[in-house]
Design a protein around this ligand. Sequence first.
Ligand SMILES: O=C[C@H](O)[C@H](O)COP(=O)(O)O
Ligand SMILES: C=C(OP(=O)(O)O)C(=O)O
Length: 442
Amino acid sequence: MKTTIQTWTPDAWRSLPAAQQPVYRDDAAVEAVLAELRELPPLVVPEEVDHLHALLAEAAEGRRFLLQGGDCAEAFADCRGSIIQNKLRVLLQMSVLITHGGRTGVIHLGRIAGQYAKPRSGDTERIDGKEVPVYRGDIINGLDPSQREPDPRRLLEAYHRAAATLNHLRALVDGGFADLHHPEHWDLSWSREDAGHYLETLDQVRNSLAFVQRLGGLPEHLRTGELFTSHEALHLPFETAMTRFVPESGRHYNLGAHFLWIGERTRQLEGAHLEYIRGLANPIGLKVGASMTPESLRKVLAKLDPGRRPGRLTLITRFGAGRAEAALPGLIEAARSEGHPVLWSCDPMHGNGRTAAGGLKTRAFGDILQELQEVAALHRACGSRMGAVHFELTGEPVTECTGGVEGLDEAGLQRAYRSGCDPRLNRSQSLEMAFLIAQMIR
Ligand SMILES: O=C[C@H](O)[C@H](O)COP(=O)(O)O
Ligand SMILES: C=C(OP(=O)(O)O)C(=O)O
């Protein structure tokens, strides 16, 4: 049965095909956990969600830039102070570089405090000669091959880990951690020969920050960088349990995060995921790969943004280096001709995955940069704007993507490969990328 926005309910998706959902052995156990989740306090409040919506509307109108980033698959074990701090720090440092070079205010949106579910290409994989179910994110099963059975208790664990992560993030932001004047926050292991040009820019940024400090510092509301949370709305029973009716606005919000997005593998027009997300009052995102046609995009836009509201919908393109030219101009035209004021984001990670000689999944810094440059240029040529970027990154010194100033090659990937799913930029690669984005969008 077709539902309209008036008849939409958080559960209406249940009558539609839902891709990428785990199959649990014990339905009663799942239901008991969901009942508990429905009673637990929300992680965010509608006012914050609405505030983000307003900021995204400004970004869609060209007055701000959105930086979205964080782990591919957030791990329960990474719910630790130092790891959370490092993630926040790298995002804020990227933001300072983009603000300084790009001359634009930056919205910080973490893939954090709930990015626990992963869509996968296959259902099983071979490990040590044995066929096992794939890892689908800590909210569903464990990375260790012995823990691949979906376990409903993980839904509660996900809620609690997200709450602890968000609690720490809020304390860091409120406590002044986001104040980036401290020189130790900028320590990088780059040498002058490798990174002369970047280090000069960094000196300029430090000088500007010192100047602002001498003037008495930034006003409170600018000093503490606000951080919003986001994750893929993949596990629909969990997301439904986090959805609450807000009587003041008469709308439903998912209060498990400020922003939710639908992935490339679950964006079927008549599928459960679009049905679920279309009724939320949150600002939402949609991943758009090369298989999206202008015709399909028109239908998707009519479903997700019938009110044509700036800030409502962020389209996150992810084509792969060399592939945007064939797809993007038609999509830009489709959105424009239908009057949807979408915010265009570029995710240069998900179209650029490949397998290194040793078997590890990786992405090359050069491919990531190429896609960003191509997408920024195509937007400009079409009279549009790349107003956002979306990265898988971490503040840890991991070795998952090749390239960058430190010249990581495939042989070096083994050294500190920690991602449970896809490769992330490390801190040094993320900062280098931010320098380049600042130049690109100036
Ligand atoms: O992050 C995105 C997807 O979950 C990931 O690319 C899927 O990886 P797979 O193709 O190895 O399943
Ligand atoms: C799965 C993801 O991306 P995509 O849907 O674009 O493949 C992701 O961003 O985690």
